[in-house]
Design a protein around this ligand. Structure first.
Ligand code: AQP
Length: 338
């Protein structure tokens, strides 16, 4: 089998490690919806990744449901996409172990996300946080996914997935795993923190004012954009003028992604505009786009049993694809089945 003979299949996921942000929406969910219906799509709530840092057991199931509610409310349809949570398909952990034995420690040492998250505390963080990228490779390759839509921050992990697939194929003299392509496109592949334009917007960032949550109400969204850090200059006349202005560029890119347009078009609409004009316009646009989604999320969260049912059904469909791939992997590796 060569790379091109794999059926096109999309896999991606989000960790239930906190409330969904505008970064998750623009960098991931909105693009997941855009791929639905064009190719087979599998979207996961990656709860095993969430526990690489401490999660309160009393909250985790509900946060898993909340990410699923975000998927559904944004337009993912369980009859068109497979929607499930990772821990319900044990093949992720099983293939993850095999990939732990394929990936090299030196590869993991180069992962910038681990360095950022572990910081100066690397000795004390969980082994799971360190091995996270090989579980992510398993998530993708358990379905022979050929494309993975992700934000810019996950590019290095998808590249590592390619390295793991290539090494497995080489070591076992096979071409069993595809060399998956990251799909990183659109104007907001890296939405930045509203208080520091050099850091990405994250669910687990320290201050709530750094991020827009998908469940924020109109007043909160307006307040957060109003207080967002910017330099004092107005918007430039052309997009090149944003190159050295990370905070201004971020707000323009957020506007462009929400409006489904380009930063060039946004600058053409607001040439030389001051923040007193642009920030309220951005807040109004964000509220118009996010309010219907957050209302629907709230409605869905009132019926957790229905979300659980959807995730259960999705898990069955995911398992049906994963099981033969895992079985064949065991065979290739030479693990005895009796
Ligand atoms: N700021 C962002 N801009 C664009 N895309 C983003 N993504 C996350 N933040 C941004 C994309 O969302 C998907 C799911 O990410 P994840 O939850 O699995 O992991 P993450 O990237 O570590 O997300 P967070 O929000 O930063 O979570 P915490 O704070 O818990 O670590 C991915 O496709 C990611 O690129």
């Amino acid at each position: 089998m060569t790379e091109s003979t794999f059926t096109p299949r999309v896999f991606s996921g989000i960790k239930p490690s906190g409330g969904l942000t505008l970064g998750n929406y623009l960098g991931a969910i909105k693009r997941f919806v855009g791929m639905q219906g064009k190719v087979e799509t599998i979207y996961c709530v990656v709860d095993l990744h969430a526990i690489t840092v401490w999660q309160d057991p009393a909250q985790l199931a509900n946060m898993t449901r909340e990410v699923a509610a975000g998927y559904l409310a944004a337009g993912l349809d369980p009859t068109q996409s497979i929607l499930f949570n990772q821990s319900q398909v044990s093949g992720h952990a099983e293939l993850g172990w095999i990939f732990n034995c394929v990936a090299r420690v030196g590869w993991m040492n180069r992962m910038t996300q681990f360095k950022d998250k572990a910081g100066s505390n690397a000795e004390k963080v969980s082994l799971g946080l360190y091995a996270y990228p090989s579980l992510m490779a398993a998530d993708i390759l358990l379905y022979h996914a050929t494309q993975v839509p992700v934000g810019e921050d996950q590019k290095q992990h998808v590249e590592l997935t390619r390295d793991i697939a290539a090494k497995f194929n080489h070591d076992f003299k096979t071409d069993f795993f595809p060399i998956t392509e990251p799909v990183i496109d659109g104007p907001a592949t890296r939405v930045m923190n509203l208080r520091d334009g050099t850091k990405k917007m994250s669910k687990s960032g320290e201050s709530d004012m750094e991020r827009i949550n998908m469940t924020d109400d109109a007043t909160t969204i307006a307040k957060k954009f109003k207080k967002a850090k910017t330099d004092p200059a107005p918007l430039p006349e052309t997009v090149e003028g944003l190159a050295t202005r990370p905070e201004a560029r971020n707000l323009v890119e957020i506007y462009a992604a929400l409006e489904d347009t380009t930063p060039e078009a946004v600058i053409a609409q607001y040439p030389g505009a001051g923040w007193g004009t642009f920030k309220p316009a951005l807040a109004d646009l964000a509220v118009a786009k996010l309010a219907p989604i957050s209302d629907e999320m709230a409605r869905l969260m009132n019926d957790p049993a229905e979300i659980d049912r959807i995730l259960g059904k999705g898990s069955e469909k995911a398992r049906a694809i994963a099981e033969p791939i895992l079985k064949k992997t065991y065979e290739i590796v030479g693990l005895l089945r009796s």
